[in-house]
Design a protein. Structure first.
Length: 298
């Protein structure tokens, strides 16, 4: 694939707690068909010696947080260390095909008369290492031609199964100069990638493009994944901040699928009441089913 762009190197930021899967992530970043500068940011300092052994022979720079700071701080440290015109963030349990960055760069360069700022893209998702069982997402392409609809698209849950509406950290590429000095909100324990995308698309001067090539792989619910942790207060706080950007039905879907689900799983009636009080529309049945799954703790 030939990419017509002035970009010669892409910064790749990989936050990690030292899981063995980081080897696969770094290998995939090193194997890109374009030049990369890879920053691995460790958030568990006691794992430094083990991480250095794991990554012997790979082209990467290991950076450190102060310890137990969270993924957003780790990503911001890696972002601050880079200088390239474009940056991608890869979770340590995900990985890319060799053409991933070239494909996203080509999508950004395909805009008539200008360069795109953010490339959203398709990805494969599944469990474990059996790629034959991985499925392509999203099923519904984001409305990049109407950015005002993107926030609602991101949180809408009109199907029970994951993957109809989706944006995901490891499937995106950013032009550096549209990001802030610390683009990731360091106060958020959840919904970090959604928050970053919403922050960008609410600025209509930012050009968002779509790449349908599913060249990134997302391992869902891997061990110690933050997405498995139920925290209704964190989800409710995020909703309060961003609800003005959401349609009433998308807002209802989020409250039920995230706030209510977590509150039920945590057996916290305050959270249940807050979720129900915020409803201004009837949520989709898919969101309701997800919300009620909290009863079983799933």
């Amino acid at each position: 694939m030939v990419v017509e762009t002035t970009c010669t190197t892409v910064d790749v930021v990989i936050p990690t707690i030292g899981r063995g899967s980081v080897v696969r992530a770094v290998r995939s970043a090193n194997s890109q068909t374009i030049s990369t500068r890879v920053f691995v940011v460790l958030d568990r300092l006691e794992e430094l010696s083990s991480l250095e052994l794991l990554l012997q022979g790979f082209e990467c720079e290991i950076l450190l947080t102060a310890g137990a700071q969270g993924g957003s701080i780790a990503r911001n440290i890696g972002f601050g260390a880079g200088t390239s015109s474009h940056v991608a963030f890869l979770d340590d349990d995900d990985w890319w095909d060799p053409e991933f960055l070239a494909s996203r760069l080509e999508a950004l360069s395909s805009q008539e008369g200008s360069q795109g700022d953010l490339a959203l893209g398709a990805f494969m998702h599944g469990y474990g290492t059996n790629l034959g069982e991985y499925a392509k997402a999203p099923g519904l392409v984001p409305p990049v031609d109407d950015q005002r609809r993107l926030p609602s698209y991101i949180v809408m849950r009109d199907r029970l199964k994951f993957g109809r509406n989706a944006v995901q950290t490891s499937s995106m590429l950013f032009r550096r100069d549209v990001l802030e000095d610390k683009p990731w909100d360091e106060t958020l324990p959840k919904h970090q990638d959604w928050d970053l995308v919403l922050k960008l698309v609410s600025n209509l001067d930012v050009t968002v493009v779509w790449d349908d090539a599913a060249l990134s792989y997302v391992e869902r619910n891997s061990p110690l994944s933050v997405s498995k942790r139920r925290n209704w207060r964190a989800s409710y706080g995020w909703w309060e901040t961003n609800r003005r950007l959401l349609s009433k039905r998308a807002s209802a879907d989020f409250l039920v699928a995230h706030v209510l689900r977590a509150a039920v799983a945590q057996r916290d009636m305050t959270g249940v009441r807050q979720a129900l009080r915020g409803l201004r529309a009837v949520p989709h049945l898919g969101a309701v089913a997800v919300g009620l799954s909290g009863i079983s703790g799933k």
